[in-house]
Every structure is written in structure tokens, then in C-alpha cells.
Ligand binder design. Structure first.
Ligand SMILES: [Zn+2]
Length: 427
């Protein structure tokens, strides 16, 4: 069966009744994910057995017969949750493209309910509106400014600070463009500057994602939240008041706005890079390593914890994994090639004479000054040219994404780096 090769996301408007049902299902999906994850961790710890979704699906069928709140959830959604957990583990085990260890989903996280796409029916109501028939729920309306453009392969209903959305994975059957023959470029994604493209003279920065008054409001809301939380703990046995819930909703609304602006910038940047270049060179960074907390252990407390935390925040703000995912499919679409080059010493290598020397980056400033040939440049621009040169040289295949590989490596669970393998000496 052909896979989904494009995503479409629409704002969904369930009725009040449907909203209640969907919210219930969302909580069930989250609970199911957490229970299944715990069960796998427990079995692995106790007997070294790696449990996968197939086995758990059988148990799910049993649980459905016995437990009321699981029964309410359509069976296909439960199966999809387990399949997603499998995918999360496969990504974690994949040595070419390591992802973080699957984590628990907290209450208050973005809520999502996966559906099987093949059976879903979508019909258009008029120019702006359409509806989708969801199992056990009936027709749900959503705004559809742009057509699907293919056949549906999967669907996810999700809720964030802006309300409900429905996302479809669509198979378009579109063949990738022929090589576009445009010039090559290298991109250095920085922390301070969002991106420096080797063919340009200045960095492209993400505009501030919150306006000053919005930042002020967010700070105020978070202070109010912590005050209300303290009160709830002291006087209400930790039970959330309606006011506290409202504050949490208000914070989510501001943060969703921020996330949307970030995503808008990233999309525009990656489209421009893919559309107007024949080769796009990027650094092959391991996000998980870059953002690893500097906390350390009790015996060996980490250094620069606060600085590293700040750095983590700004790296995540620039979302390297997401950027790469977009570049992968957009480059395919627009007939250019994405090349991920080894990242070592790109910032210490001279773009003119090619010599690597840490002394060329005196004082870690923004200036690159080669100690061998005297070449001077903005450090990020110099790095982007080095990346471009490496990309031209390798010029070949990239993309380690697990989404694009057809063969799935079934792994020996050897890279577990979780709580469960840590020696239980503290406490
Ligand atoms: Zn030089």
C-alpha cells in the first residue's frame, strides 16, 4: 500500500456533545500510551523481554471487554496508539537516526486521537466547510480552505490551546521534480542567528515570537498559575479550581500562538531553501546530544547548568529535527538534494585555505580569523561555506529518516539509556 506523502491540517469544530466525547477519548489514548509504556518497561526490567504492540493489542481486546472507559474508545484508535508506541521505540533504536526514549504523556499535554485513515469519509459542504465521519461519533465539521489533494492514509484529531484540529496523512502519488539545476548552498543553523545561508551576506533571524505585551501577559499568567497551585496544595488537597484551569487554558493559548509563529518561520525558510537551491547542505547534528541536560549526577554535579538550560531552550526554539524533516520532503518535492554533512569542526575550519585550527576562533566571538592565511569573516558565514563545500564533495545520498526507509531494522535493545538501567544507588 502506498504511504502518505503529504500532510493536511484543518481546524475542526465539533459540537459540544462531540467535544465531550473527543476529550474523553483523548484522555483514554494518553492513559493507554502510559500503561503500555509502563508494561514494556516492567517486562524488560523483570525478564529482559521486549514487548511489542502486537502482543499488547490482544490484551487490549481483552481489556476492552472488561473495562468501561477503554470500551468507549473505538478499537482502531487503541490499536493506532500501540502502533505509534512501536514507532517511537523503533526510532529510539534506530542507530542512523536516534530519537529520544519514548516518554510518558502528561495530563495537559497536547491531546491527540489517531484514526485509521482508509475507512474515513470526507465530504465537502461548500467552498469553506467540509465534514469527516469519525467512528462512533458521526459527522464532524471542519474548515477546509484547501482541498486534500489525494487519498487519505491516516488521520489524527488533536487539541491544543487553539481548539481542535484534524490532520490527514494524504497519498498524492506525485512524482518528485527533476533536479532543478539551481546553485548549491550550505546552511549554518545557529543559536543566536537562526540561519546563515552561504550565498547570502547576512543571517536570517526568526522575528521575536511574542510581542512585548504578550510576553508580559505570559509572565503574569505564569505567576498567577504558580500562586493558584500553591493555594490548591495548601487549602484544597491539590484539587484544581476552575480559576486555575482557566489560567492554564489562557497560558496554552499564548503558547500556541508562539508555536504557530515559530512554525510559520520554519516553513517559509525551508521552502525557500529547497525551492531556490539545487543542493542544500546542513550539519548532521544529533539533537538528543545537543540538548542533553547538563544536570549531571549527585556525585558529579554538572557545570554550566543554567547556561545549558538557556541554550537548550533556544536550540529547541529553532527546532532542528523539524527543520530537517521539512527539508527532506521539500527538497524531494522541488527537485533539489538535501545533504547532511559531518558536523565536526565546521566552526573552526577556514573556508579559504581549509585548515582547521581552534585558534582561528579567538574568544568565541562572532568573528572567524584564520591563523594560517589571515582570512576574516563572520563565523557563521564561514561555517556555512564550509558546510556547502562538504555537501558538494559528498554530493550523494542523505536522509536517514526512519519515515523514508522501507526496511525496518528490528533491533536488539542495547542502547537503552533510561531510568530503568540506571543503578538504583540514590535514595
Ligand atoms: Zn585560512
Amino acid at each position: 500500500m502506498s504511504k502518505a506523502d503529504m500532510g493536511r491540517r484543518y481546524r475542526m469544530y465539533p459540537t459540544a456533545e462531540q467535544d465531550v466525547t473527543l476529550t474523553g477519548w483523548g484522555h483514554t489514548c494518553r492513559a493507554l500510551w502510559n500503561i503500555a509504556l509502563e508494561q514494556r518497561q516492567y517486562l524488560y526490567r523483570q525478564r529482559g523481554v521486549t514487548l511489542m504492540g502486537g502482543e499488547q493489542c490482544k490484551q487490549l481486546a481483552q481489556a476492552r471487554a472488561e473495562v468501561g472507559w477503554i470500551k468507549d474508545l473505538p478499537s482502531e484508535c487503541g490499536q493506532r496508539v500501540l502502533a505509534n508506541l512501536d514507532a517511537a521505540f523503533l526510532n529510539f533504536w534506530n542507530p542512523d537516526h536516534p530519537a529520544a526514549y519514548p516518554s510518558r504523556k502528561r495530563r495537559g499535554a497536547r491531546m491527540s486521537i489517531p484514526f485509521k485513515g482508509q475507512t474515513l469519509v470526507v465530504r465537502r459542504l461548500n467552498r469553506h466547510w467540509a465534514e469527516v465521519k469519525l467512528p462512533k461519533l458521526g459527522w464532524v465539521r471542519f474548515r477546509m480552505p484547501r482541498a486534500l489533494g489525494g487519498t487519505i492514509r491516516n488521520a489524527v484529531a488533536s487539541r491544543d490551546g487553539n481548539g481542535w484540529h484534524i490532520s490527514f496523512g494524504v497519498h498524492t502519488g506525485r512524482t518528485p521534480d527533476a533536479p532543478n539545476g539551481k546553485p548549491a548552498c550550505g546552511v549554518d543553523f545557529g543559536v543566536a542567528a537562526s540561519a546563515f545561508v552561504s550565498t547570502e551576506t547576512g543571517p536570517r533571524r526568526m522575528p521575536p515570537t511574542l510581542k512585548p505585551n504578550e510576553r508580559k501577559r505570559l509572565k503574569y499568567l505564569e505567576q498567577r498559575k504558580s500562586r493558584q497551585l500553591t493555594y490548591a496544595k495548601k487549602h484544597r488537597d491539590g484539587k484544581y479550581s476552575n480559576r486555575l484551569r482557566r489560567t492554564i487554558r489562557q497560558i496554552a493559548t499564548v503558547k500556541t500562538k508562539q508555536a504557530n509563529r515559530r512554525s510559520d518561520f520554519t516553513h517559509k525558510l525551508t521552502t525557500d531553501l529547497a525551492k531556490n537551491h539545487g543542493i542544500v547542505g546542513i550539519e548532521d547534528l544529533r539533537v538528543a546530544n545537543m540538548t542533553k541536560a547538563a544536570k549531571g549526577t549527585m556525585d558529579d554535579p554538572g557545570r554550566n547548568v543554567a547556561q545549558k538550560a538557556g541554550l537548550n531552550r533556544s536550540i529547541l526554539d529553532n527546532a532542528p529535527g523539524e527543520r530537517r524533516r521539512q527539508l527532506e520532503y521539500k527538497c524531494r518535492m522541488y527537485g533539489s538534494r538535501l545533504v547532511a554533512v559531518p558536523a565536526f569542526h565546521t566552526s573552526q575550519t577556514c573556508a579559504v585555505c581549509g585548515k582547521t585550527d581552534p585558534d582561528s576562533r579567538q574568544g568565541c566571538g562572532r568573528l572567524f580569523s584564520c591563523v594560517h592565511c589571515g582570512h576574516e569573516d563572520d563565523a557563521d558565514h564561514n561555517a556555512s561555506i564550509v558546510i556547502e563545500a562538504r555537501a558538494r564533495r559528498t554530493g550523494g545520498s542523505v536522509t536517514n529518516s526512519t519515515h523514508s526507509t522501507t526496511t525496518v531494522r528490528v533491533p536488539a535493545p542495547r542502547r537503552r539509556r533510561t531510568r530503568e538501567t540506571l543503578p538504583a544507588t540514590h535514595g
